[in-house]
Design a protein around this ligand. Structure first.
Ligand code: G
Ligand code: G
Ligand code: MN
Length: 401
């Protein structure tokens, strides 16, 4: 279904699509007519793709998206508009916030190559399933923590200048006996709300189940001559007990791991009740030489406030500012500003979300220190990390010339 009040643009788009093989088309020059057609679709017929303009006299694109959402439209949506890129991205986000499947946006006049590129993004069904929030009883999570069903996966971090492998980020996975592997978006928020996140993190660090915990794993890597830093995620909501720094120090000592090999990736949280305790804890962690990284920088509520008040040594730019920034004039200034802030404060800068070689080369040219992302390596169990390191060595020279 194609919707544009400009008959010429409508024809042009139709031609491009026909050339690609999309032969069944329904063009409309008014959004209300398109909606009426949707409402009277014959039983069993569905619309795979709806492409619409933003500026239309009877109903603009934003209104059209709202109407689509109200009707529970399940097809893909693409925006076609002469508006500037930032506005287009905002509308894209809005569509997704409505629960619509937004494929992307195309600038006008529509170019054949752009239509092709857009359609290549059609979801193939290999994406992770949408999390189901309320099916996991809390008791199960408690049991999982006690039974050590939570295991770390590791995603590599490498230096952009040299390609040297310098560390990993530990990401928790739940090896559920019946459901298989569960991802953190299914249980971290719940663990935080139930006050279980401290226990969960402790279990992840110490291990005791089928897999080594992060600290014993780190010790093993050090013994093998791999001088890595391992990062674990903590939310500020967890930093509410002034005994934490000493507890963590005791865990480090027990595992015989130097504090400087551990990094805490801290995400801000609305739940931060007691700023004084949090600051107390973070500052003492730092005095103990445990690394502190501000995670997902640029998103959330008060990134600059955290940067001002907390002695972070590392700044991790959120991936939404990283991937594709080289071709996004609306993102580039934000990415540069984040990196510059980190650099001028003497922090190590890390870019997450390096998804392709263009991202890699771009962040390298911007002087970012460390990279992380699917292009370098996906999160994986510890057992696969050596094979990854071998294959990275093979790719490294070509990426650092
Ligand atoms: O692992 P994934 O690749 O799906 O991670 C999703 C999110 O879950 C990330 O934002 C990450 O910060 C968070 N996360 C992963 N592991 C942990 C953990 O051990 N503790 C906390 N608090 N968050 C985690
Ligand atoms: O920083 P945080 O802890 O929020 O990030 C970890 C999350 O990012 C995990 O869900 C991980 O699987 C995901 N991730 C890691 N690398 C990439 C990447 O290159 N692209 C995307 N889209 N996600 C990534
Ligand atoms: Mn993180």
């Amino acid at each position: 279904m194609l919707v544009d009040d400009d008959a010429f643009q409508l024809k042009l788009l139709g031609l491009h699509l026909r050339q690609i093989g999309a032969l069944k088309q329904q063009p409309f020059t008014a959004a209300r007519a398109a909606l009426a057609a949707l409402d009277s679709l014959p039983e069993g017929q569905t619309i795979d793709l709806l492409m619409c303009d933003l500026q239309m006299p009877d109903l603009d694109g934003v209104e059209l998206l709202r109407h689509l959402a109200e009707r529970g439209f399940r097809g893909q949506v693409a925006l076609v508009s002469g508006e500037d890129a930032r506005l287009l991205h905002t509308v894209e986000k809005l569509g997704r916030a409505h629960g619509l499947q937004v494929l992307g946006a195309l600038p006008k006049p529509v170019a054949y190559a752009d239509v092709q590129a857009l359609l290549r993004r059609w979801p193939t069904g290999e994406r992770r399933a949408v999390p189901v929030r309320d099916v996991l009883p809390l008791a199960e999570l408690r049991r999982a923590i006690e039974q050590r069903e939570l295991v770390p996966h590791y995603q590599p971090k490498v230096e952009l200048a040299s390609g040297r492998w310098v560390g990993v980020e530990a990401l928790v996975r739940w090896q559920h006996p019946e459901r298989g592997i569960l991802f953190p978006d299914m249980f971290i928020a719940q663990a935080e709300e139930a006050g279980l996140i401290g226990e969960l993190t402790k279990a992840l660090l110490e291990g005791g189940g089928p897999e080594l915990g992060v600290l014993p794993q780190l010790r093993q890597w050090l013994d093998e001559g791999l001088h890595l830093q391992a990062a674990v995620n903590v939310s500020m909501a967890m930093l509410n007990d002034a005994r934490l720094p000493d507890q963590l120090q005791a865990q480090l000592d027990a595992a015989r791991v130097p504090a400087s090999n551990l990094v805490l990736e801290v995400t801000e949280s609305r739940l931060m009740e007691d700023a004084r305790t949090t600051l107390d804890i973070l500052t003492r962690m730092r005095l103990k030489r445990i690394g502190l990284s501000i995670d997902d920088f640029g998103t959330g509520h008060s990134s600059l406030v955290q940067l001002r008040d907390v002695p972070f040594g590392e700044l991790k730019v959120d991936r939404s500012f990283v991937h594709s920034a080289h071709q996004r004039p609306d993102l580039l200034p934000l990415l540069r500003a984040c990196l510059q802030m980190g650099q001028q404060l003497g922090m190590k800068t890390v870019a997450e979300g390096i998804e392709d070689e263009a991202d890699w080369r771009h962040l390298r040219s911007l002087g970012c220190d460390v990279a992380q992302g699917f292009f370098i390596g996906r999160p994986m169990p510890a057992s696969q990390i050596k094979a990854w390191a071998m294959s990275w060595e093979a790719r490294r020279a070509a990426l650092t010339d």
